[in-house]
Write a protein that binds this ligand. Structure first.
Ligand SMILES: [Zn+2]
Ligand SMILES: [Zn+2]
Length: 392
């Protein structure tokens, strides 16, 4: 069998030039027209059957192995973020206000490289590889949109695999963990309504600012007093909006934030306490509340069997790496969770930071950049894992 890491290193110039091109021309969710066009062209040049327009700007291609077998979905996300890039990289964003600050440029380049590797290794696996280039991962529903367009059908997908470059860890680190690895996420909006009035005559008003402030404080008791110490959850109020004048009590204020959790029972309890506390505190101050909660993603839950295969692939193809199997990896969220909910599989992390070179800013930071040495490692592992899974 070919050494996929040797092969991915031979393809480094290709991977790097693709990644840098995507980095220079970032596109927001569901606007990845240029990116998707390049992806489709590259895949067609390999002679693959390519379908575009799945989930608006998504691209799907198939690689047929040798003989009948399962269908394995390999996914990369393609979207960038509304951030003004502050790196001094020669390949910095040429699209002002839009930046690949999460590494999805790398993911797209990695999966194109995996396509080349696996296309030249068709005789080494049975079944079908379904390459999925997904739009709009950053909270806009790209995964759901591809699911709606039938990404799991024709051929029906049996196993799913995805990865994230991970700048919290150095190149050489791999996070491949069983069970819940990333949190489920919600976005909430609370509107607190009282009665506006003169700032100097509070007795004639019902102050929603004061009620809102108490709500923010009281919500913090959920994680500290209701969630069991060995479980985890996060409640962050990230926006407090209201009022226009220094001497006017506004009629209402708006609080916005996010809730993160792993276990369904913890999520349910947190949401129940969230509603009770918000309503109860508001009432105590004579205000009304309107709560709107949107579930962004379920938690990322990895299937034990697939995780073990990816871990064994890692030991074979990247023997110099550190395989970290401790879960959860982060309270961050990822919409690949929707795909994992439909078809089990594994979402793993590939360390991409290099502190010495200053390439260790966190995801979504305006100076975020990865060490490109992580790219051939990620491609080799994904290709090796695919072959091991299809042969298992
Ligand atoms: Zn992100
Ligand atoms: Zn991301």
């Amino acid at each position: 069998m070919k050494d996929f890491f040797a092969q991915s290193r031979e393809l480094f110039n290709y991977t790097q030039s693709m990644r840098r091109d995507f980095h220079m021309h970032p596109e927001l969710g569901f606007q990845e027209v240029r990116t998707a066009g390049i992806v489709a062209k590259e895949l067609q040049e390999l002679g693959l059957e390519v379908t575009t327009g799945i989930g608006k700007t998504g691209v799907v291609a198939l690689i047929e192995g040798t003989g009948a077998g399962p269908t394995l979905l390999l996914r990369a996300d393609m979207d960038a973020l509304p951030i003004v890039e502050q790196t001094a990289a020669e390949y910095a964003s040429q699209n002002p206000g839009v930046m690949h600050a999460c590494g999805h440029d790398g993911h797209t380049a990695i999966l194109l490289t995996v396509a080349k590797i696996l296309n030249s290794a068709r005789d080494q696996f049975p079944g079908t590889i379904k390459l999925v280039f997904q739009p709009a991962e950053e909270g806009q529903g790209g995964a759901e949109s591809m699911l709606t367009d039938g990404v799991m059908d024709n051929p029906k997908v049996d196993i799913t695999l995805g990865l994230h470059l991970w700048n919290e860890r150095p190149v050489g680190w791999l996070g491949i963990a069983e069970g819940p690895t990333m949190a489920g996420a919600e976005m909430f909006t609370i509107t607190v309504t009282g009665k506006g009035g003169h700032g100097a005559i509070p007795q004639g008003a019902i102050d929603p600012v004061l009620a809102g402030a108490h709500i923010v404080t009281a919500l913090q008791s959920i994680v500290s007093r209701n969630v069991a110490p060995f479980d985890s959850a996060v409640i962050s109020v990230t926006q407090f909006q209201g009022g226009d004048a220094f001497n006017v009590i506004p009629p209402s204020v708006k609080l916005v934030g996010t809730i993160r959790s792993f276990k369904p029972e913890v999520r349910e309890m947190v949401l129940k306490r969230f509603s009770e506390i918000t309503t109860g505190v508001a009432e105590a101050f004579g205000c009304q509340v309107d709560i709107n909660n949107i579930r962004l993603t379920p938690p990322v839950i990895n299937q034990s069997r697939t995780v073990k295969l990816v871990q064994s692939a890692a030991k074979k193809v990247l023997p110099d790496s550190t395989v970290d199997s401790s879960a959860p990896v982060t309270m961050g969220s990822e919409d690949f969770a929707f795909m994992l909910e439909k078809v089990p599989g594994c979402f793993f992390f590939v360390g991409s930071a290099n502190e010495e070179r200053g390439l260790n800013y966190g995801h979504h930071h305006p100076k975020f950049d990865v060490d490109e040495q992580s790219l051939p490692r990620a491609a080799a592992l994904m290709a090796q894992a695919a072959v091991e899974i299809l042969n298992s």
